[in-house]
Design a binder for this molecule. Structure first.
Ligand SMILES: *[C@@H]1O[C@H](CO)[C@@H](O)[C@H](O)[C@H]1NC(C)=O
Ligand SMILES: *[C@@H]1O[C@H](CO)[C@@H](O)[C@H](O)[C@H]1NC(C)=O
Ligand SMILES: *[C@@H]1O[C@H](CO)[C@@H](O)[C@H](O)[C@H]1NC(C)=O
Ligand SMILES: [Zn+2]
Length: 430
């Protein structure tokens, strides 16, 4: 199709004007939004929380100071437990019937390291940009969720709502490194038992469309250190039994297995995370000098077992890999979770039914899936407590553990209302 010249010019001119007008109005609209966001108390609290660099273990104490201030502001009782030194924070909104099993709202204060030089905005700034996004490590994983909990509780208090059940907001110090000094020892304590938890919510899966997801089972993490050994010597001697020969054999076997699992992943639904075992080699260390043949190389592999994988079968497979590497090589487990129970997501679980109905009433959809990774809930579920991983984050690019992690603030604020609605339902379950 061709247009007469005059019409092209006119069309171009109109488009140009429209563009200028649109750009001007939307950029000033953004700026007002940006200002409004920066002055919003909930967003200010998220910003303050993100500014505590909890990728450093010592700063767990600063995070607890932050949480104490939140509890004091709301006049709610709190406690700090230290089963193995690191602080676990618990604040409590007491229900009208405190003898009923309580609701646990769990999140973790620690974040993974950021690698600041690669970020557009400094990772511990909490910078709010002109598109209404707040940038920072922890903005999706999972400081946002911690703040949403407390803001939802604040709204209940402001609206004079008293729930039947008690609600505990719990904050763990070391989820990212396995919870070995946090949730793992905590669930064994009398203090944990006395919280009398009937149902727990924890961090969840960021969704790229309108659908929300709840995770009802976590994949079992096996994080393994393989120490491959061989003959050392002068860097000029080409001898057999070189450690890199072993490394090559190892990588071939492991990557072949990875490929098989990737095929399963490719042939199943994109959200069927339970169908395959994930395999990634994430660290390779070795070598002493350019002219020295090393005697060992260390390979660290991260596996998350498929839901139906048998522990014995996986163990047999790993043993057969080790047999290829000779007696000198060895294997150590950094993390080896054998058992990861599922929480029922059907009519046998009244908490789930209440959650599903609440979300439906809000005109939204929630779909249960297996969690591709692992959260503190894997530990809570072993105590026969139903626990679901959940986040209200939809229509958002998942940025967990990534550079330039950010959260869209309209979503963050909407999520607070969703939690408020959920608490009214879960907290009043008969
Ligand atoms: C909550 O109760 C207080 C004290 O009774 C009252 O002043 C306030 O207006 C109430 N707020 C709401 C939102 O009902
Ligand atoms: C799986 O799918 C991805 C993306 O389409 C493709 O790049 C990869 O080669 C596939 N792998 C296997 C093992 O099928
Ligand atoms: C690997 O070799 C280096 C250099 O000889 C040595 O210092 C280190 O202890 C060895 N590591 C293991 C795990 O054997
Ligand atoms: Zn997390």
């Amino acid at each position: 199709m061709s247009l007469p010249n005059k019409m092209i010019y006119v069309t171009f001119f109109v488009l140009l004007i429209t563009n200028i007008i649109l750009c001007e109005s939307s950029s000033s609209e953004y700026q007002t939004n940006q200002k409004q966001y920066e002055q919003n108390p909930a967003i200010k609290r998220l910003q303050e929380y993100i500014q505590i660099d909890t990728s450093i273990e010592e700063n767990a104490e600063l995070a607890v100071e932050f949480w104490k201030r939140q509890a004091e502001e709301l006049g709610l009782p709190y406690a700090v437990y230290r089963p193995l030194g690191l602080p676990i924070f618990v604040m409590t909104l007491t229900g009208r019937q405190p003898e009923l099993p309580s609701i646990m709202l769990n999140s973790h204060a620690d974040v993974v390291p950021a690698g600041a030089d690669l970020w557009i905005y400094p990772p511990f700034s909490g910078h709010v940009d002109e598109n209404g996004n707040l940038h920072g490590r922890g903005s999706q994983d999972t400081k946002d969720v911690g703040i949403q909990y407390i803001e939802a509780v604040r709204k209940l208090i402001q609206n004079n709502v008293t729930l039947e059940r008690t609600v505990h907001i719990t904050v763990m110090p070391d989820e990212e490194t396995g919870g070995f000094r946090g949730i793992v020892p905590f669930v064994e304590t009398e203090e944990f038992k006395s919280l009398n938890i009937g149902f727990a919510l924890d961090e969840g899966f960021t969704s790229q469309d309108n659908t929300m997801y709840v995770t009802y089972q976590d994949k079992r993490p096996w994080q393994i250190k393989f120490i491959i050994r061989g003959n050392g010597g002068h860097g000029s001697i080409v001898a057999s039994g070189n450690v890199i020969e072993g490394l090559q054999r190892f990588l071939n076997i492991a990557m072949e297995y990875r490929n098989e699992q990737m095929q399963i992943q490719n042939s199943t639904h994109v959200f069927d995370f339970g169908a395959y075992t994930s395999v990634n080699i994430n660290m390779i260390e070795g070598g002493v000098a350019p002219n020295v043949v090393p005697t060992n190389v260390t390979v660290i592999m991260d596996m998350r077992l498929s839901v139906d994988a048998e522990v014995n079968d996986v163990q047999d497979m790993l043993n057969s890999w080790m047999a290829e590497l000779g007696d000198e090589s060895s294997i150590e487990y950094i993390r080896r979770v054998e058992n990861s129970p599922a929480t029922a997501v059907d009519e046998t679980n009244p908490y789930w039914m209440a959650m599903r109905d609440t979300i439906k009433e809000l005109g939204l959809t929630v779909v249960p899936i297996v969690c591709p990774a692992t959260s503190d809930m894997v530990v809570v579920r072993t105590k026969a407590i139903p626990a679901l991983g959940f986040t209200t984050k939809t229509n958002m690019i998942p940025k967990l553990h990534d550079i330039d992690e950010y959260i869209a603030l309209d979503q963050f604020l909407k999520g607070i209302d969703i939690y408020e609605a959920l608490l009214k339902k879960l907290g009043n379950l008969a």
